[in-house]
Structure formats: C-alpha cells, structure tokens
Design a protein around this ligand. Structure first.
Ligand SMILES: NC(=O)C1=CN([C@@H]2O[C@H](COP(=O)(O)OP(=O)(O)OC[C@H]3O[C@@H](n4cnc5c(N)ncnc54)[C@H](OP(=O)(O)O)[C@@H]3O)[C@@H](O)[C@H]2O)C=CC1
Ligand SMILES: O=C1OC[C@@H](O)[C@H](O)[C@H]1O
Length: 437
C-alpha cells in the first residue's frame, strides 16, 4: 500500500524536481492539450535534461492560462512560432490525429526532434510519407517517435521476455488484448471531442485500439499481421455536433482478429464507451450503467519440450505450456500484475502420464538489472520511461534499447487501415497539407 501511494504521488501528482543541466533539451508544445501534463509536463519535472519551454494554442488566452497553470515560461501566438523558436529543439505533438502528419513533418523539416502522440498519422499513406521522408536518411537526422509509452515500461519488456525469450516459452499461439473506457468518458455533445470526428481521424480503431494493435503486433512478433475480421460498434447517438460522415464512419468499439505469418491468432477488444456486465444486477437493468475492466493482455503459448532434472523413464518427455496474463499494462506504474501459468506435462507419445501447474506473479516497476543503459525508479510512469528513452536517442546515447521505429509506425497504420476496410468502414482521410519535397 505504501509503495502504491508513493508511486501514485511521485509519478502522477508531484514528482521530485530535478535541477536542469546546461544541455537540457527544450520542448515546445503544440496545443494546450489534455494529455500533455501527464505525458510530458509532469515527467519533465523529474528529468534533469528536459525543460518545457513554450506552448501555443489556437487561442492565445487559452495558451496563457495553460502556461500559467503548468509553469511554462513562454507563450507563442501560433504552432508555427513554436516550431520556429530557435531556443526549442524538441516538439511534442498532441493534436487531433488528423493534424499529426502536417505538424510532425513541419517540425522535422525545421530540424526539430518530435515526440508524436499515437496514432502517428491518419493512415498508412501519410505514415509512409512522414517516416519515409528523405531527411531521415541524412546523418544527424531529427528523432521522430510515435509515443507508445507503455512499451517503455520495464513491465512490458519483462512480459515480452516471458513470452518470447524464456527457456519455458513455446511459440505464441494466441495473443489477446483488451482496453476499455467507461461509458460517459466521451462527451458526445462536445464539439471539441476529437475522438468522435471523422474529419479529425477519430474513432475507437484509431484511438484506444491503436494500443491493442500495437500490443498484438509485439506479442505475435509480427509487425504486420493479417486482419481476419473486424467488427465495429458505431456511435449510438445522432445528435449534433456530429455530422453525416461521423455517423457513418465513427466507431465507438472494435473487436478484431488477426493471423500472424506463423499462423498464430491475434484478438483485440477495445471500447470507448463500456457499459453493462455488472455482477448480480440483471443485464436489462445494468445495460446502460458505465462499467470498465482492467486493460489486459493474454499470451497463450504452444508446448515446449524441456530438459531439466525431472526424472523421466524411457520414452517420456517433459513439456510445458505457458499462458501469461498482464493486467494493467497501460498504467503499470500505479499497479500491475503479470501472472505466469506453466502447465507441465510428462508425456509418453501423445498421452499425458502426469501433469501439474505452476503459477507465479511477476511485477516490474523498475528494471531488474540496471546495467547496460537501463535507468528507472519504481514510481516512474510509462511516460517518464518514454521521455528518458527519447532524450537518450536525441543525445545519441544507448539507453535501454526499447524503441518504436519509423517502419513500426508505418506497419501499425497499415494494420489500422486494413482493420477499418475489413469492417466495412473507410480508413481515415489524409490531410490536405502538401509539403514541398
Ligand atoms: N499517450 C496517451 O496516453 C494519450 C494520447 N492521446 C493522443 O494525444 C492526442 C491529443 O489528445 P488529447 O490531448 O486527448 O486531445 P485534446 O482534446 O486535448 O486536443 C488536443 C489539442 O488539439 C488541438 N486542436 C487543433 N485543431 C483542433 C480541432 N480542429 N479540433 C479540436 N482540437 C484541435 C487543440 O489545441 P488548442 O489548444 O490549440 O486549441 C487541443 O488542445 C491524440 O492524438 C490522442 O490520440 C490522448 C490521450 C492519451
Ligand atoms: O491512453 C489513452 O486513454 C484514453 C484515450 O482516449 C487516449 O487517446 C489514449 O491514448
């Protein structure tokens, strides 16, 4: 309990303030966004090499209020002014998805490093144009990272090790990922709700399920699994400010299945407006009551034959079938649990002679081994780990080795496009912005 309170307080409320080094990176923010305080402003406080230097919003009064609230010293009039500020070397982009391509491209062309919110762009065609830009081939090119923060937390890396690199791990057969937000999280009547606007590249497939897609791509160890099926639950309102395109194209929930190159299966469930499923209360009553479940990933592995000191008689083999369940991989620094279940069987041909199950729970708030460029504290959030890695990359240092490459981002968007198309919806529209070569 004390550990939980400490992680909550230091990670999400009041991190210890680090004195800044002379070579600290100065970040500019595009937009007075909802997520920047959690994803960058708070993590920057404890990072000796990060200063949040300036912000601009479409409305200057809003930007000034935001800057005051978050201790940001400079307010610019426009996003463009932030990018062109010579005192700034890094840009954080948390704009509607439809604006990611344009502003990331503008920023990298101005020579700035970019931490870009997920999903990286509106679709794969934009992702190819952005990450495939010739300037990334030049030496000293800017760093551009799609902010899949959860990947940078040690717990996610330990989870991947348990399914891909452990002596008891057979091949992955099924990768499952779920992510729910409760009904009421989104305000359908709010014209500024970016998740519900087709023109802003919204929809659950882009928003929540971009996480699920990235989870199963890593769990299946296949950058571009084939989409087998996709089902969308569409918006359950027809009130303004939604327009006709929103009503036809905006999904609130997704279920989809995938097949990897090795034949393994991926399954995802994501819901921006989860209701019902309450225990005891009859379904007809609870149907409209908000509900929620843990974000969860489950990997079911195939059998692996092992050789250990278990006594075997002639013709017997010892096999292990592992299932690993990760609860709360999205905000693991608050609390998480990785349950490893190993079903051991002694087999004679196909017949099981004897079997037993070993279950253990793994937690990793920090790296178990701090050598080799790994840094962390138990209270670091996923965003703090991500920022650490981003800074290492910009500074040309090794870091922990966790990264999300440009090709990863392109493949990620291709899978999302294919999911929409498989489910009878359109991939999200490209921005009108055309950059000079
Ligand atoms: N990593 C994470 O945990 C999370 C990531 N995200 C991602 O971050 C991005 C921003 O999300 P979030 O912070 O929740 O969003 P907000 O609703 O706070 O919007 C972000 C900013 O978009 C700007 N904006 C520019 N043009 C428009 C427009 N036409 N309509 C509405 N807003 C506009 C606004 O800027 P201005 O201030 O200039 O008006 C606003 O501050 C998304 O890509 C989302 O997927 C979101 C939540 C969590
Ligand atoms: O982490 C998140 O949770 C809420 C979502 O709507 C958001 O976009 C996502 O990044």
């Amino acid at each position: 309990m004390i550990g939980f309170l400490h992680r909550l307080y230091a990670g999400f409320i009041s991190p210890p303030e680090a004195p800044k080094t002379d070579s600290a990176l100065r970040f500019g923010l595009l937009g007075a966004s909802f997520i920047a305080p959690m994803a960058l402003i708070l993590p920057a406080k404890s990072h000796p090499e990060v200063i949040v230097a300036c912000v601009a919003a479409r409305d200057r009064v809003k930007a000034e209020k935001y800057a005051k609230e978050h201790g940001i010293p400079v307010v610019h009039d426009t996003y463009e002014d932030v990018i062109n500020d010579p005192a700034v070397s890094c840009i954080y982009i948390a704009l509607p998805n439809s604006h990611h391509y344009e502003w990331a491209l503008r920023a990298v062309k101005a020579g700035k490093h970019v931490l870009l919110e997920k999903p990286s762009t509106s679709n794969a065609s934009e992702a190819k144009k952005l990450f495939g830009n010739h300037l990334f081939a030049a030496p000293g090119a800017p760093v551009l990272l799609e902010a899949f923060h959860y990947s940078f937390h040690p717990a996610w890396q330990i989870f991947l090790q348990l399914i891909h690199q452990d002596p008891l791990a057979g091949p992955v057969k099924i990768a499952y990922s779920q992510f729910f937000l409760y009904k009421g999280f989104l305000n359908r009547n709010d014209p500024s709700e970016i998740r519900l606007r087709y023109a802003l590249a919204g929809g659950c497939g882009m928003d929540l399920s971009s996480y699920n897609v990235s989870h199963i791509r890593q769990m299946l160890a296949d950058s571009h699994p084939n989409v087998q099926s996709a089902n969308f639950r569409m918006l359950s309102t027809s009130k303004p400010p939604l327009d006709e395109q929103d009503l036809k194209q905006i999904d609130e929930a997704v279920t989809a299945t995938f097949k990897s190159a090795t034949g393994a299966e991926g399954r995802i469930v994501a819901d921006l407006s989860t209701a019902g499923g309450w225990p005891i209360i009859p379904a007809s009553w609870s149907r409209n009551l908000p509900s929620i479940g843990w974000p969860k990933c489950v990997a079911e592995l195939g059998e692996k034959q092992i050789e250990d000191d278990t006594e075997l008689t002639d013709g017997e083999t010892h096999v292990v079938q592992r299932t690993v369940t990760f609860y709360n991989h999205i905000a693991p620094s608050m609390y998480h649990s990785i349950v490893v279940q190993d079903k051991h069987s002694i087999k004679r041909d196909v017949e099981t002679v004897h079997s037993w199950t070993q279950t253990r729970t793994v937690k990793a708030y920090d790296w178990p081994d701090k050598s080799d460029g790994r840094q962390g504290e138990s209270w670091w959030t996923t965003y703090r780990y991500q920022l650490n890695e981003f800074v290492h990359h910009v500074k040309g240092r090794k870091g922990s080795g966790v990264w999300f490459s440009g090709q990863d981002s392109i493949d990620q968007m291709a899978v999302i496009d294919e999911m929409y198309e498989k489910g009878g919806l359109k991939a999200r529209p490209s921005a009108a912005f055309e950059s000079e070569p």
